[in-house]
Ligand binder design. Structure first.
Ligand code: GYE
Length: 326
């Protein structure tokens, strides 16, 4: 990891020296790829509309593009990698100034990103990372530390249960960075208490209906479930429906930990149906537009920008809910 960052940093340094602007002539040059005058055109390939988090993220990007005077071309890939690849190819063809996207899964991006690089269009990763050895394929990655989020969930559990504890895990989209990392960070922390066991773990694709369906199956197949660890609020909310339908009380008979802290999740937390939420901030639009402007100008940007976020207990959710924006 350190090596990767060093390499990326030296690439940035070299570019600064040689002024090797990947990207268009940039704002101010008047000859930007595909845009006229100083207006920057951004092609954004969104994952989909799978969750409350995603809805807030999309709104933030659209609002902040407008506020920054950036011409935004936006596409929704409906959680399919091939759709995102198509969208990126079309942005390359349209000669946008910068491409930003949230990769639905971690692997399989090198070919299309190489095409963007050859077309001199800089790429910004936002929200989710890719798994590639070639860090020259993108300029920066803006988003949360998902392993840390998983650790926060695991820490809470270790501190809040005693004795044998059976956990069922609702994973995010298979192969997605937040699913891989939130699982990893959680496992790392619960290893401290061998009494805590993950007895079943399956993907609910980050959706409410997915979470409900998988939880229904878990309730049938597992004789004893003490805790649900859901990789996002929506799946946790789906699990709540399944738990209620099975005649059990969510938050009491079965404790629930989720990630995101969107309004619906926070409401369930304040009502006692969820026990703990790890925050993941979807409001990345402003920082993304700032980074995009710099990248298009050929200015140096950090290889990684990490979002700052916290956690919420039921009491904290009650206090925070009235001011919650999303
Ligand atoms: O937690 C989930 C969404 O990538 C951080 O994607 C994002 C995740 C978020 O569907 O709700």
């Amino acid at each position: 990891m350190l090596k990767k960052i060093t390499t990326a940093a030296s690439v940035i340094a070299l570019c600064a020296l040689a002024a090797c602007g990947s990207g268009s002539g940039g704002a101010g040059s008047g000859t930007g790829n595909g845009s006229s005058g100083d207006t920057i055109t951004m092609g954004f390939a969104q994952v989909g509309a799978e969750s409350g988090w995603r809805t807030a993220n999309t709104k933030s990007i659209q609002d902040e593009a407008k506020a920054a005077g950036i011409d935004l071309k936006f596409s929704d890939a409906q959680q399919k990698q091939e759709n995102q690849i198509k969208a990126i190819r079309s942005y390359i063809q349209q000669k946008v100034d910068v491409i930003a996207f949230s990769p639905v899964v971690e692997t399989g991006w090198d070919t299309v990103l190489l095409e963007a690089k050859r077309a001199n269009i800089p790429v910004i990763l936002t929200d989710r990372a890719i798994d590639s050895d070639d860090t020259s394929l993108y300029k920066t990655f803006l988003g949360s530390d998902f392993v840390e989020e998983g650790r926060k969930a695991g820490d809470w559990l270790v501190q809040n249960v005693n004795g044998p504890t059976n956990v069922v895990e609702l994973q995010g989209t298979t192969g997605a960075a937040p699913a891989i990392d939130r699982k990893k960070g959680f496992e790392e922390k619960i290893a401290a208490k061998p009494d805590i066991k993950v007895v079943a773990s399956q993907t609910g694709d980050f959706t409410r209906s997915g979470g409900k369906q998988v939880m229904e199956a878990f309730l049938k197949s597992q004789p004893k479930i003490d805790v649900v660890y859901a990789h996002n609020d929506d799946m946790g909310l789906g699990a709540i429906e399944a738990i209620k339908a099975a005649g059990k009380v969510p938050g009491k008979d079965i404790k629930i930990i989720t990630v995101d802290a969107v309004k619906d999740g926070m409401t369930a937390l304040a009502n006692g149906e969820i026990n703990f939420i790890v925050e993941c901030n979807p409001l990345l639009g402003k920082q993304l537009m700032e980074l995009a402007k710099k990248v298009v100008k050929g200015e140096e940007v950090p290889a990684r920008v990490v979002t700052v976020e916290g956690t919420f207990t039921q009491e904290q959710a009650k206090a925070a809910l009235p001011q919650r924006q999303y």
